[in-house]
Design a protein around this ligand. Structure first.
Ligand code: GDG
Length: 458
């Protein structure tokens, strides 16, 4: 295999400084195998934007190449089409999607500009791997510049039912552009199936079985490749000195009470208001938990300049104030809400100190927090994962307590099951999930995509 060229909106980090997630670890591993390029947005805005100087940085085997955006690119491509149009639609939130043709034009323009700037860097035997909803049309732009290399794509977020996606203006044209990829990877069988169904029903393609599609003589593979985490490494994090220090701090504070932990970017897809209402329901329906169980929510803000995110932040502040006001006691606060962030090691320690991991998105591509929570547990006395059926992770974690996040009763009952679950059952469920996480880790994930794209050369 030739070099690998990774394209994603944000690039790096190349070294684990405590913040690199499983994705960065898997991509650095894949890039180190063959050497290669990691190409994407610098995170900066400048007047020249994609016409400006490339920002490059090279380690022994990996070259990072980054480009700026102009303010207009940022507004239309990033804040606009990617995050106000595609993100809500792909998460089944038609009610929040904004359709503006300037956004779509900006999106197509930035994809084309990125392809144009990458083109001169490419060698004939490179394999190209493009990530996520920012770059759906990227391969079509490269193909128009006579790039014949194998190109794989991975979508980190859900691909909705065709009935939902069809509401996107020009959905057919966007999905048709995706067919310029050789291999399209999704988080779940459901997502891959939705994509194939769109291609058959809306574009008149043929489903040839085993994920293979034929559209007007062009063949593409669309399959599920559920993303994994660096499970082995993550399971050791709670033993690191800074994690242990924080575990002791937490345990002192809890003084024998049980903790439920939630960790999510503040995003309407994560089901945070529904989660807090379900916790309130737990305290109403199972009053023995008052004073004995607390919910800790780590919630780093994201995309905070978008209206939908300002609204949810306000809703959360009010709701938490209401619940804490209603139930707090002298020595007990029901919900602790933190918008600060932690290193991955400390986060792993917090997971370990928590009896229940609560992951209740309304829709989520995978949800790595569910996997990290399991990886961080102690084999002798593991906690319980309460998991939304609408997280991609639910497809491969059937041993969790699976709940419908829209039902406060069901989540409250799931929490009660988790809090009272006997040790033996906790161990049985945990062991199965942990073994699977180690087998199907981040590195196995990227390798299987790389193997398959090599097979479907044009
Ligand atoms: C997208 C898809 C898909 C959180 N707080 C801190 C922190 N985190 C880390 C978590 C986890 C990551 O952020 C969040 O990953 P998720 O998978 O839960 O969610 P998204 O950010 O929405 O990711 C998702 C994923 O892509 C991968 O394909 O699973 O469905 O939406 O790793 O630990 N990390 C640190 N400090 C924090 O305070 N260091």
């Amino acid at each position: 295999m030739g070099r690998l060229v990774v394209v994603s909106n944000r690039v790096g980090p190349l070294k684990d400084t405590g913040r690199a997630g499983g994705l960065a670890v898997a991509l650095v591993d894949a890039l180190t195998q063959t050497g290669g390029i990691w190409f994407g947005w610098s995170g900066d805005i400048s007047e020249e934007g994609t016409f400006g100087q490339l920002k490059t940085q090279k380690t022994r085997k990996i070259q990072m190449i980054q480009l700026d955006l102009t303010q207009a690119d940022y507004d239309d491509f990033y804040a606009g089409y990617a995050n106000r149009t595609l993100w809500p639609i792909l998460h089944y939130r038609l009610d929040l999607a904004v359709f503006d043709r300037r956004y779509e034009q900006g999106y197509r323009h930035v994809n084309d500009r990125f392809a144009t700037r990458l083109r001169p860097q490419l060698k004939d035997d490179d394999v190209i791997w493009v990530h996520d909803y920012h770059f759906l049309t990227f391969a079509a732009n490269l193909r128009a510049m006579d790039v014949n290399n194998p190109i794989a794509f991975f979508l980190h977020i859900p691909f909705p039912a065709p009935e939902v996606l069809a509401a996107l203006p020009n959905a057919g044209s966007i999905v048709r552009a995706m067919l310029a990829y050789d291999l399209i990877g999704f988080q779940t069988e459901r997502d891959a199936d939705n994509f194939r169904r769109f291609v058959v029903e809306e574009l008149g393609g043929n489903d040839l079985g085993e994920g293979r599609l034929d559209v007007d003589g062009r063949q593409v593979v669309a399959r599920a490749y559920p993303i994994g985490i660096d499970a082995e490494a993550f399971s050791k994090f709670p033993m690191a000195p800074d994690a242990r220090k924080n575990i002791s701090r937490l345990e002192r504070l809890l003084g024998g009470r049980q903790q439920i932990i939630g960790v999510d970017r503040i995003d309407y897809s994560k089901g945070l208001p529904e989660r807090f209402r379900a916790f309130e329901r737990l305290l109403e329906d199972y009053p023995e938990n008052r004073g004995r169980v607390a919910l800790m929510q780590v919630a780093p803000p994201s995309r905070a300049e978008l209206d939908a995110y300002i609204d949810i932040r306000r809703e959360l502040d009010e709701l938490i104030g209401h619940i804490n006001g209603r139930f707090a006691d002298l020595d007990w606060t029901p919900i602790r809400f933190m918008t600060r962030s932690f290193t991955r090691r400390v986060l792993a320690g917090i997971y370990r100190a928590s009896r229940v991991g609560l992951v209740t998105p309304l829709r989520d591509g995978m949800n790595l927090v569910a996997k990290e929570y399991i990886a961080a547990q102690r084999a002798e006395d593991p906690g319980v994962l309460v998991l939304s059926r609408f997280a991609g992770a639910a497809e491969g974690m059937k041993e969790a307590v699976i709940v419908n996040p829209h039902s406060a009763e069901e989540v409250a009952a799931g929490l009660q099951t988790a809090i009272t679950m006997p040790l033996e059952e906790r161990r049985d469920r945990w062991q199965i999930m942990f073994d699977r996480l180690c087998r199907e880790d981040a590195i196995a994930w990227s390798r299987s995509i790389m193997e398959d794209v090599a097979k479907v050369r044009r």
